[in-house]
Design a protein around this ligand. Structure first.
Ligand SMILES: [Zn+2]
Length: 412
C-alpha cells in the first residue's frame, strides 16, 4: 500500500473552511447552527460527496460520511472531530481531525486499499459549549451520556430551545434516536492538535493519547456578614472573602498533595460582594475546576474540598453552598487502538510520545461506546482557542498519514 497525503489540497481545504467565519481572518468564529455554521456544514458535505462517501445526518446534526467496506455486517471504524469554533478562535482545533480524516480516507482510496470494515468520517455537533453551555453535545447524545430529555431542556442565551434551533437548521427526527448501538464502531480515532506545549517542547512530532482527563466543575457560594470596615471589630467578623481565601488554598493543596502530576485544580472566578474598599465582604462566589485522568483520585480532591468547606464554615461562621455543574468521568483509551496508532507511527519511522489529553474531547464520550484513542500533532507554543493557533503543514500531513495507516490496520 502506497499512502500519499495530498498536503497541498488538505491545507487549502483548511484555509477554505477557515474563510467561512463570523470573525475577520485570521480569527475564526463558527457557532453551532448559525448561518455560518450551516454554510460550513454544506461546504463540508460537498467535499465528502466529492470523495464518494455516503452521507447521513442524525437529529442533532452529527454528520456521518461512510466509505463502505467489503463486509457490511461488521462494525465500522470511525474517525473525526468537530468544526464549530468558539468566538475568536483559530483554524485548526477540530478541523484538523475532520479534514485530516477526510484526506486519510481519500489517500487510502488512492492507494488501492479496500477496507473490510466500513470507514466513517464523523463530524460532531457542538463540541464547544458556546451556544448551549454544554460541550460535546453531539457525542454526549451519541454515547447516551446525555439523555434526549435533558438535551431538550437546553436553551441558548436568546432562550431558544434546542428543538427550535435544530428545527430551524432543517434537522428532523427525534433526539432519542441519536444514541448509537454499543457495537456500532469497532474503533474510533480522533486526530487533533495538542492544545498544549508538550510535543513542541520535546520536539516529538506525534502524540498517542492513552487517557483523557475530565473536569468536575462547581460553583461555590459563601455567605458571611457585611458591615463597616471600621465599625465591626475583628472578633465579630464573618468575612466571606477571608473564608474564600482559605478555601482557595485548601483546593490548591488538595490537588498538590494528590500524589500525581495529573491532578489539577483551578479556582478561575472570584466575585466579591459588595466590592467596596470600606465594606466587609458579605458574599463571595467562586468556581472550581478539578481534573484528573483517574476518577477516584479526582473525586478525593472534591471530597477534600468539601471537608475544607465544613471546617471553614464552622470556624468562620459562614454558610458555604456547593453546586455541582458537571462531573464527567475521565477515560482510558483502548489498548487495541493505541497499539494501532503506535504501530502506524513505527511503520512510518515517526517518533511518538504516549501522552495524556489534558483537554477533553468528543473522544471522551465516544470511549464509552467504542474502543477509542486519539492522535495529537504539535501546535505552535501550545496555543489554541486564539487566532494565532497554528499547526504546520508538515505536522498536519504527518498526522494524517499515520491516521490513514491506523485506519487501514483497524479496518483490514
Ligand atoms: Zn477540539
Amino acid at each position: 500500500m502506497n499512502l500519499e497525503i495530498d498536503r497541498g489540497r488538505l491545507i487549502s481545504e483548511i484555509e477554505a473552511l477557515a474563510a467561512i467565519s463570523e470573525a475577520d481572518p485570521p480569527a475564526v468564529t463558527r457557532i453551532v447552527f448559525t448561518p455560518t455554521d450551516l454554510k460550513a456544514r454544506a461546504w463540508l458535505r460537498a467535499q465528502c460527496e466529492d470523495a464518494g462517501l455516503t452521507l447521513r445526518q442524525d437529529a442533532i446534526g452529527n454528520t456521518f460520511a461512510r466509505w463502505n467496506g467489503s463486509d457490511p455486517a461488521v462494525p465500522a471504524v470511525g474517525t473525526g472531530s468537530h468544526i464549530d469554533a468558539i468566538p475568536n478562535a483559530g483554524k485548526y482545533d477540530g478541523v484538523v481531525g475532520v479534514l485530516g480524516g477526510l484526506e486519510a480516507i481519500r489517500a487510502l482510496r488512492r492507494s488501492g486499499f479496500r477496507p473490510t470494515n466500513s470507514i466513517e468520517l464523523l463530524v460532531f455537533t457542538s463540541e464547544e459549549p458556546t451556544r448551549f453551555g454544554i460541550g460535546c453535545l453531539g457525542s454526549r447524545l451519541l454515547s447516551g451520556s446525555l439523555s434526549a430529555q435533558d438535551a431538550k431542556r437546553l436553551k441558548d442565551s436568546a432562550e431558544k430551545s434546542i428543538e427550535d434551533v435544530r428545527g430551524n437548521a432543517g434537522l428532523r427526527g427525534e433526539l432519542d434516536e441519536v444514541k448509537l448501538p454499543d457495537d456500532y464502531y469497532k474503533a474510533f480515532v480522533e486526530l487533533h492538535i495538542e492544545q498544549g506545549p508538550v510535543l513542541e517542547r520535546q520536539q516529538i512530532p506525534l502524540g498517542v493519547v492513552t487517557s483523557i482527563a475530565a473536569p468536575a466543575s462547581m460553583r461555590i457560594a459563601i455567605e458571611g456578614a457585611g458591615g463597616h470596615a471600621g465599625g465591626v471589630l475583628m472578633p465579630d467578623r464573618r468575612d466571606a472573602l477571608c473564608a474564600a481565601a482559605e478555601l482557595v488554598l485548601a483546593i490548591e493543596n488538595a490537588a498538590r498533595s494528590s500524589g500525581a502530576v495529573d491532578t489539577v485544580a483551578t479556582v478561575g472566578i472570584c466575585e466579591v460582594f459588595p466590592g467596596a474598599i470600606n465594606s466587609i465582604p458579605s458574599r463571595v462566589r467562586l468556581t472550581a475546576d478539578i481534573r484528573d485522568i483517574d476518577l477516584e483520585r479526582r473525586d478525593s480532591v472534591i471530597k477534600a474540598m468539601e471537608n475544607a468547606c465544613s471546617t471553614i464554615s464552622a470556624k468562620r461562621k459562614v454558610a458555604i453552598h456547593i453546586e455541582l455543574l458537571n462531573a464527567d468521568a475521565p477515560a482510558q483509551c483502548a489498548p487495541s487502538v493505541v497499539e494501532a496508532l503506535s504501530d502506524a507511527c513505527r511503520k512510518h519511522q515517526q517518533k511518538f510520545l504516549a501522552m495524556v489529553s489534558r483537554a477533553y474531547h468528543d473522544s471522551l464520550f465516544m470511549s464509552r461506546i467504542a474502543p477509542t484513542a486519539m492522535l495529537f500533532i504539535p501546535c505552535r507554543n501550545g496555543y489554541s482557542h486564539r487566532p494565532d493557533e497554528y499547526a504546520s503543514p508538515e505536522d498536519i500531513a504527518r498526522g494524517t498519514l499515520v491516521l490513514a495507516e491506523a485506519l487501514a490496520t483497524l479496518s483490514a
